[in-house]
Write a protein that binds this ligand. Structure first.
Ligand code: MN
Length: 412
């Protein structure tokens, strides 16, 4: 995605959290898209101990499992969660058997879908139980497998998650009414006693939206609307912005393809200029911070087409009126460095009144934390800056999922 920019940070959807990576990039290992799997996790040459070869997996199945484990490997070093590959593989084998005869609308083997969902979960560094349940999430709903069978083979914890996802799938949303949508979201949260159920449900929708082209047009429109009304707000509520942004942009592209292309084109036109600007301002800031012993990672911020579009529509503004702010993110090691950094920034560049927000001392409802400020940057251009620690950044991207991994996993 490169260096890109977000717009005015205020608004009903709090569009002030813009991740600079998409889940897709995370799954591909930060955008290093190479082969299907990186060198030490290719299925063919994996050591027996990592994933014992099973006679009953055919070549495409082995490749799918290898792709999933490649993502697990990417995060093995930086995650507190250790994935039990044997158990995940067992869930994969069971899912392959159960979905054996099924095809997706696209003609692909059905198993591609649960693996896609598990990959999204692995990208969020979720645990063995979540990855297993993601692989199994459609078995009880769509195949002859029973929840008792799942419980007997995979245990109570995984069965409870699968059961939760199955039950959520059973309730459907039909109204276009806002209050109804809100009730439906609340009901989903209430029904899921385990947050991992909702995370799988969101990953399920995300994978379906990524592959929505195979659906009939009418169905595409329905799914896209439901995604905007139910799933993206749900992801926002749980602080899982990495999923929220992608869901919104996929739904936007489906509902308004011409507008989507238009905004995408306009964003692309200005990209070089903005990348150059942020890079120059960032280099300067990095040097000033280094003198104070503050180590910082500075990047531009990703654009999200739907948030630009909804702001244009809501406020009746032109693209350039909305998209005139350049945005930068500074990631540092400690809370103390966050405050030190904003001090340096305000001494280098004049802050705009009323734009400094301390979401570290006062986090948002979805646990989002950062310092926000807007300054008159180099060349007299307004520059919107977010400052946060690495851990806050994880929270901003993965919300309850990150929280869950950090706070509840160790020792389990
Ligand atoms: Mn599904």
């Amino acid at each position: 995605m490169g260096v890109t920019f977000a717009q005015d940070p205020k608004g009903p959807h709090s569009t002030d959290v813009a991740p600079d990576t998409t889940l897709e990039q995370i799954e591909d290992g930060g955008g290093s898209v190479g082969g299907p799997a990186d060198e030490d996790v290719g299925v063919g040459d994996r050591p027996e101990s990592q994933a014992p070869a099973r006679v009953d997996l055919n070549e495409p199945e082995r490749r799918l499992l290898g792709d999933l484990f490649a993502i697990v490997s990417e995060h093995a070093a930086d995650s507190a969660v250790q994935i039990d590959r044997d158990r995940v593989q067992d869930a994969f084998v069971f899912a392959c058997e159960q979905h054996a005869a099924q095809r997706r609308k696209s003609g692909e083997d059905f198993i591609v879908h649960p693996v896609g969902v598990a990959r999204i979960c692995a990208g969020m560094r979720l645990d063995t139980e979540t990855l297993s349940a993601a692989l199994l999430h459609d078995t009880v709903e769509d195949t002859s497998a029973s929840i008792e069978e799942v419980r007997a083979r995979f245990g109570e914890e995984i069965a409870a998650i699968v059961d939760g996802v199955t039950k959520l799938t059973g309730i459907t949303f039909q109204s276009n009414d806002q209050a109804q949508a809100e009730n439906y979201r609340k009901m989903m949260v209430a029904m899921a006693t385990d947050m991992r159920v909702i995370v799988i449900k969101l990953a399920d929708r995300l994978h379906n939206m990524r592959t929505i082209d195979a659906m009939p047009k009418q169905k595409q429109m329905e799914k896209a609307r439901e995604t905007l009304e139910i799933y993206a707000p749900l992801a926002h509520r749980l602080g899982i912005h990495a999923i929220k942004w992608e869901l919104e942009d996929l739904a936007f592209a489906t509902l308004h393809p011409r507008k989507y292309q238009e905004i995408k084109g306009l964003v692309a036109q200005q990209r070089d200029d903005r990348e150059r600007y942020v890079s120059a301002a960032g280099d300067y800031l990095t040097g000033e911070l280094a003198e104070l012993g503050i180590e910082a990672q500075i990047a531009g911020r990703a654009k999200h087409f739907y948030s630009i579009y909804s702001k244009m529509t809501r406020k009746g503004r032109e693209f350039n009126e909305i998209y005139d702010l350049t945005a930068m993110r500074v990631i540092v090691d400690s809370v103390k460095d966050c405050y030190g950094t904003v001090g340096v920034i305000h001494s280098l560049w004049k802050p705009l009144p009323g734009r400094f927000k301390d979401f570290i001392a006062m986090p948002k409802f979805n646990m989002y934390q950062s310092l926000h400020t807007t300054v008159i940057g180099p060349e007299g251009r307004p520059l919107e800056i977010q400052i946060r620690t690495h851990e806050m950044h994880e929270m901003a991207e993965f919300g309850v999922a990150a929280h869950w991994v950090y706070k509840q996993r160790p020792g389990r």
